[in-house]
Design a protein around this ligand. Structure first.
Ligand code: UD1
Length: 348
């Protein structure tokens, strides 16, 4: 008999920033979504936001992906998972320098467990969250997927390179496994409803959460790390991509994994194709929101890359996906989310 029930997808790290937005996109595309997260850098309340947006609560289990036995039990309990999107990982570049083993354990062991368990439980497809950090400072911009992988500047960056290599070797050795590796540029913003967004624990490391919280008065000013780079205004350039656009790319990737026979992993850049400097981003945020973001220029941050933006044409061609939200709308969504968080805090 033809099985018409929706495909089951496991999202590890589905309570996190990119994970939660992807859960929404998958549910809206009709998938049956299962979330595994150890809540180490996320909050269970995100499930309420997902439920408010989609009208449905995804199944959730508090499991650490590095726990092989618990993951094995999960797959046994929820048999028939078609594909896994693996977000669960640590991502603070600076922290990875001070506690490298936390990064190697969480990021590498979590992946190895999944790759071992997937064939046992007949799960064929893995979408892996990688990063443009694997390119280091590219020689040619915009950077495409054929650019050489540069020596990693941090243990975090190294884990992404190692994980990509592990996936290549494993898929090469096992015909039943398929994988798509997605290299994210800089995801920012929140769901347009402002019911879910980025919830950094403590002082944010990344630019946009810091900008938004400075505008909200949480911090007096933002420090711009260097204005003496070889760029038009001297500040670093990145490719800032809307998090819901990024989430949609995962839906395309999962569909491709389920539908196609892929013999080798496929790699895609997920970016807009446009670079924006730190200064331009702050000025755009101020123009869009009418808020002021006081700043001071300080020295360069160790490990920062001068400029990087994507050539996203491969994803466009193969995944039929394209970033479509303007940076103005994206920054407005980040600000709405900040306001939502402040209102929620005041209500408590
Ligand atoms: C970093 C990592 C990237 C990782 C991502 C997720 C590097 C080189 N890249 O991206 O691999 O996937 O985090 O966590 O480490 N900035 C300021 N002031 C601030 C914060 C940031 O000026 O308070 C600047 C930075 O110097 C940089 C830009 O803003 O030029 C973007 O920084 P950030 O948001 O931290 O992202 P990346 O460093 O690009």
């Amino acid at each position: 008999m033809l099985d018409l029930s929706p495909d089951k997808i496991l999202v590890t790290g589905g309570a996190g920033y990119i994970g939660s937005h992807t859960v929404v996109a998958l549910m809206e595309a009709g998938f049956d979504v299962y979330v595994v997260d150890n809540l180490s850098n996320s909050n269970i309340e995100v499930l309420n936001g997902i439920e408010q947006i989609t009208g449905k609560r995804p199944l959730f289990e508090n499991i650490d992906c590095t726990d092989y036995v618990a993951m094995d039990k999960f797959f046994t309990k929820h048999e028939g998972i078609k594909a896994v999107i693996h977000f669960a990982a640590s991502k603070a570049v600076g922290e990875s320098v001070t506690v490298p083993l936390k990064y190697y354990r969480n990021n590498v062991v979590g992946l190895v467990n999944l790759l071992e368990l997937m064939p046992i439980h007949k799960v064929q497809g893995l979408v892996f969250s990688s990063s443009c950090t694997v390119y280091g400072q590219p020689d040619i911009l915009p950077v495409d997927e054929t650019a050489p992988i540069k020596k990693a500047l941090s243990p975090y960056g190294n884990t992404k390179q190692i994980c990509e290599n592990i996936i290549f070797d494993t898929v090469h050795a096992n015909n039943a496994l398929k994988s798509i590796i997605l290299r994210y540029f800089n995801p920012i913003g929140a769901h347009p409803s402002a019911l879910i967004g980025e919830l950094p624990n403590g002082v944010p490391n990344n630019l946009v959460p810091f900008v938004v919280q400075t505008a909200a008065g949480v911090y007096k000013k933002i420090r711009i790390f260097g204005d003496d780079y070889n760029t038009p205004d001297g500040t670093c350039i990145r490719d800032y991509i809307n998090v819901m656009d990024l989430a949609e790319a995962h839906v395309s990737a999962v569909k491709r994994l389920i539908d196609k026979d892929l013999t080798m992993p496929e790699v895609f850049n997920l970016g807009t194709g446009k670079g924006l400097s730190v200064m331009e981003l702050i000025k755009t945020f101020e123009a869009v929101t009418g808020m002021r973001v006081p700043y001071e220029i300080v020295g360069r941050r160790e490990g920062d890359i001068e400029q990087v933006w994507a050539n996203p044409t491969l994803a466009q061609k193969v995944l039929k996906w394209k970033a479509k939200t303007s940076v103005e709308d994206t920054l407005a969504s980040a600000w709405r989310w900040q306001q939502h968080c402040m209102e929620a805090k005041n209500d408590k």
